[in-house]
Design a protein around this ligand. Structure first.
Ligand code: ACO
Length: 314
């Protein structure tokens, strides 16, 4: 049994297709100025023929490379996605085959909080001794469930994937994690299909989601730091879910963390749901901002509502 679960490698991938705010304003009644001011987003990536598994495969291989781990040495794969390629089998099993692993693999569906739910689950497998090396992936093709004629949602979402390799260690890693759900908000943010064989699109009460996101994520950050006997001064980085710059900056302000300590990637990527946190983490590790020994708080909220946070030392 390992004392800690540590992140030993990260990877990410964005499909090459890009849709800018100006592109969107040619087909719906919106503008670059409105989208930038209200959300902070300038562009998002969009798949052509690539699948959720294709994006996950490249992100996973990058994470395994950084970790120096062969896919055959994985004990478990957990893939968080809102946009699985099929109703079944789990996209995680297709990923297992694509990267040449042979371990158990399953999907987690917690929408934009999916990566946090997956990371926390992986941590439990490691701490109980059921697994040593776990691949945790967030991969999304949100463009498939966006109504591109609906200006209230089409401006927000993007496609992409991020992955981490979590490994058992005696060295400090994840310090505290917590998960929450409140199913009384299902209709505030959902895909509007009634039956499993019916395709639907995202619909949401933007204002309500905004307020709940700020309040839940601020309380979560305060509670998490308290439980770890830390203050926001001890945090080197916040790596939040990338939904809206105004949500991110309101949470940072409430917990007295300057924006210089917050990783923001949404300008170029939009909201990639379960992929957004590992995408932001990988970006900031590879560009040298996040270094070994840094304390990070990752947190996210999405449909359900479900939300959660992971405080970790890299
Ligand atoms: N372009 C131009 N005008 C628009 C657009 C658009 N794309 N969308 C809405 N408007 C108009 C509205 O019709 C409204 O016009 P009116 O005043 O004439 O009625 C006006 O702009 C203001 O609309 P609001 O909905 O009040 O705008 P708001 O400031 O709340 O911004 C937004 C909307 C960006 C959706 C915001 O509420 C938000 O980001 N909410 C969070 C939603 C979110 O992040 N969801 C992602 C999934 S959950 C998660 O990841 C946390």
């Amino acid at each position: 049994m390992s004392k800690f679960a540590r992140i030993i490698g990260t990877g990410s991938y964005l499909p090459p297709g890009i849709v800018s705010n100006d592109d969107l304003s040619k087909t719906i009644n919106t503008s670059d100025e409105w989208i930038t001011t209200r959300t902070g987003i300038k562009q998002r990536h969009k798949v052509d023929k690539e699948t959720t598994c294709d994006l996950a495969e490249i992100a996973s291989k990058n994470a395994l490379d950084m970790a120096g781990i062969d896919a055959k040495d994985l004990d478990l794969i957990i893939l968080a996605t809102t946009t699985p390629d099929k109703i079944f089998p789990a996209t995680a099993t297709m990923l297992q085959n694509a990267i040449g692993a042979s371990c158990p693999a399953f999907d987690i569906q917690s929408v934009c909080a999916g990566f946090i739910f997956a990371l926390t689950t992986a941590e439990q497998y490691i701490k109980t001794g059921m697994a040593k090396n776990v691949l945790v992936v967030g991969s999304e093709t949100m463009s498939r469930i966006v109504d591109w004629k609906d200006r209230s949602t089409a401006i927000l979402f993007g496609d992409g994937a991020g992955a981490v390799v979590l490994s058992g260690s005696e060295e400090t890693g994840i310090l505290h994690s917590s998960l929450f759900s409140d199913g009384s908000y299902v209709s505030s943010l959902q895909v509007n299909n009634n039956y499993i064989n019916e395709t639907g699109f995202i619909e949401m009460s933007g204002n309500e989601v905004f307020k709940i996101a700020v309040s839940r994520l601020s309380s979560l950050a305060e509670e998490t730091l308290k439980k770890a006997n830390m203050s926001s001064d001890d945090l080197d980085w916040m790596v939040p879910h990338q939904a809206n710059i105004r949500i991110i900056s309101a949470v940072a302000k409430r917990i007295k963390t300057p924006m210089s300590k917050v990783i923001v990637t949404l300008e170029n990527q939009g909201n990639t749901s379960a992929a957004s946190i590992p995408l932001a983490l990988d970006t900031a590790i590879r560009d040298g901002r996040i270094k070994k020994g840094d304390n990070l708080l990752m947190e996210g909220i999405g449909g359900g509502f479900s939300w959660g946070g992971v405080l970790a030392q890299l």
